[in-house]
Ligand binder design. Structure first.
Ligand code: NAD
Ligand SMILES: O=C[C@H](O)CS(=O)(=O)O
Length: 477
């Protein structure tokens, strides 16, 4: 694979200007651990300057059709640079090249859908005249931008999850201040360059890089920001919720996703799907399959198939097209996963595949004989580990799935419509995927969790609901 021609260092993007700072953070190639570029570290004054630039930009009209044009152009430019940007994802995330190309394609689609939604923003007619005494009135609602939106994003899907905030944010008529994850900020910076080229008015998108704990504090303290949209860990999500008062907050947080494989399921198909969705992006996906519940009648055969599919996965250089699983984001994360698996084994779990770490790599790992209180079941692993358990009764498995503080998505393999309907009613998640795993997502669908998995929905149309205010206008004649 060709090396991308990245610059040595990148600046902040504020009010349409790129500003280099003296203080820098390195971005590592997660496979080689070499520095690929440096990013500037924003200070409080930069945060405040970006808020001023964002507010100023709101004073210049930016019509829905203009937003449509800019977002469409950005989507096209992203696709034109697909290979280059995928190459950056390979390096900064350690994501295998096939998946990285897939992420760029999805990101372009997210922007395209956002562009389309920009033309569909509309309010409603409200029949106030039907209330006694209001016969001489008429009312409509208008959707107005919330104003300045701060978007804070995680390391694992650093381009598409940024597009899920910037796309709807701009489409809804807002200005956006983006704070991408420090480990993987380069793709977000390249996206800002693309928006510049696409003709986005100055100040509508600002990018601040640096340590989240510091910049996050400056962002939440700034009272001129109208809304926060955050994707990341529940810990940080709670911090943001706790420090933003009555302002709007959308939170897309973690999960320990479950998938049920019922006795009538396609055993081989579900086992292959579960293996793929447990381990893609080294399990660093919020809807990654972490807990599988298999009906007792098919358990042995399912497990055999899943172990075979898992052992066929190749771990290695993410730039190599034959690689399925690359490095984790950092060695300390691989060590954490290793500790959790070792602890589970010491508590009685059985290793069916994997269980070994080599530096920043952790092998795809299947555990059985698990207990719900083990960390690998109770917590979010965010690594290539899956716990496979059994069940006998429908109500029992629904209870097992719901025995979680999270509730983002779940999967259920069955052709039994009655069970599927019951599961749809009883399973506590934002999305239930029938005949596929928890790991299914297309970018225009409503996506978001219940319980500790967050509040608010993404998918451009749904995110734009969150990023607009519904204003009522009443006319009296
Ligand atoms: N629900 C979803 O759609 C979704 C998608 C992807 C990832 N995630 C979750 O994200 C987590 C993994 O990502 P991560 O490790 O990058 O998460 P993280 O919470 O550590 O970081 C996310 C972002 O928050 C910033 N940040 C850190 N401290 C902050 C603070 N005090 N105030 C404000 N911002 C701060 C970081 O710099 C980063 O940009 C997992 O829990 C995963 O499930 C959820
Ligand atoms: O990590 C969670 C992501 O939202 C999943 S996806 O990449 O959007 O499918």
């Amino acid at each position: 694979m060709n090396n991308v021609l990245l610059k040595n260092s990148y600046g902040l993007f504020i009010g349409g200007q790129w500003t280099e700072k003296n203080e820098k953070l390195p971005v590592l190639n997660k496979y080689s651990q070499e520095v690929i570029a440096e990013i500037s570290v924003a200070e409080e004054s930069d945060v405040n300057a970006s808020v001023e630039a964002a507010k100023k930009a709101l004073n210049t009209p930016f019509s829905p059709y203009e937003r449509f044009e800019v977002l469409t152009k950005a989507s096209e430019l992203l696709l034109e640079q697909k290979e280059t940007i995928a190459n950056v994802l390979v390096q900064e995330v350690g994501k295998p090249i096939g998946e990285s190309i897939g992420e760029v394609e999805r990101a372009a689609l997210t922007l395209e859908v956002s562009a389309e939604e920009a033309k569909r923003i509309h309010g409603d007619g409200v029949p106030v005249e039907s209330a006694p005494g209001s016969e001489n009135r008429k009312a409509v609602t208008m959707k107005t931008p919330v104003g300045v939106v701060a978007a804070i994003t995680p390391f694992n899907v650093p381009l598409n999850l940024v597009c899920h905030k910037v796309g709807p944010g701009l489409a809804a008529g807002n200005s956006v201040i983006l704070k991408p994850a420090e480990e993987t900020s380069l793709s977000a910076i390249l996206l800002a360059e693309i928006f510049e080229e696409a003709g986005l008015p100055s100040g509508r998108l600002n990018v601040l890089t640096g340590e989240g704990s510091e910049i996050g504090g400056y962002l939440t303290a700034n009272q001129e920001i109208n809304m926060y949209t955050f994707t990341g860990s529940p810990r940080v999500g709670q911090l943001i919720r706790g420090s933003t008062g009555i302002r709007k907050v959308a939170l897309e947080l973690g999960n320990n996703s479950a998938t049920i494989v019922h006795r009538d399921a396609d055993i081989a198909g579900s086992a292959i799907a579960a293996a793929q969705k447990s381990f893609n992006n080294a399990g660093q996906v919020c809807i990654s399959v972490q807990r599988v519940f298999v009906h007792e009648d098919i358990y042995e055969l399912f497990l055999e198939n899943m172990i075979e599919a898992t052992k066929a996965l190749k771990v290695g250089d993410p730039a190599d097209a034959s690689t399925n699983i690359g490095p984790m984001i950092a060695e300390k994360e691989a060590i954490r996963v290793e500790n959790w698996v070792n602890e589970a084994v010491s508590q009685g779990a059985k290793l069916q595949a994997g269980g070994k770490r080599e530096g920043v790599f952790y092998q795809p790992t299947i555990l059985t004989n698990v207990d719900p209180e083990m960390k690998v079941c109770r917590n979010e692993v965010f690594g290539p580990v899956v716990a496979v358990d059994t069940y006998r009764e429908e109500d029992e498995v629904i209870e097992k799935v719901n025995d979680s503080e999270y509730g983002l998505q779940a999967g259920l393999f069955t052709n039994d419509l009655r069970f599927a309907m019951k599961a749809a009613e009883k399973i506590e998640v934002g999305g239930l995927i029938i005949n596929d795993t928890s790991g299914y997502r297309v970018d225009h669908m409503p996506y978001g969790g219940v319980k500790k998995s967050g509040t608010g929905k993404e998918g451009p149309k749904y995110a734009m609901e969150e990023m607009t205010e519904e204003k009522l206008i009443v006319f009296q004649s």
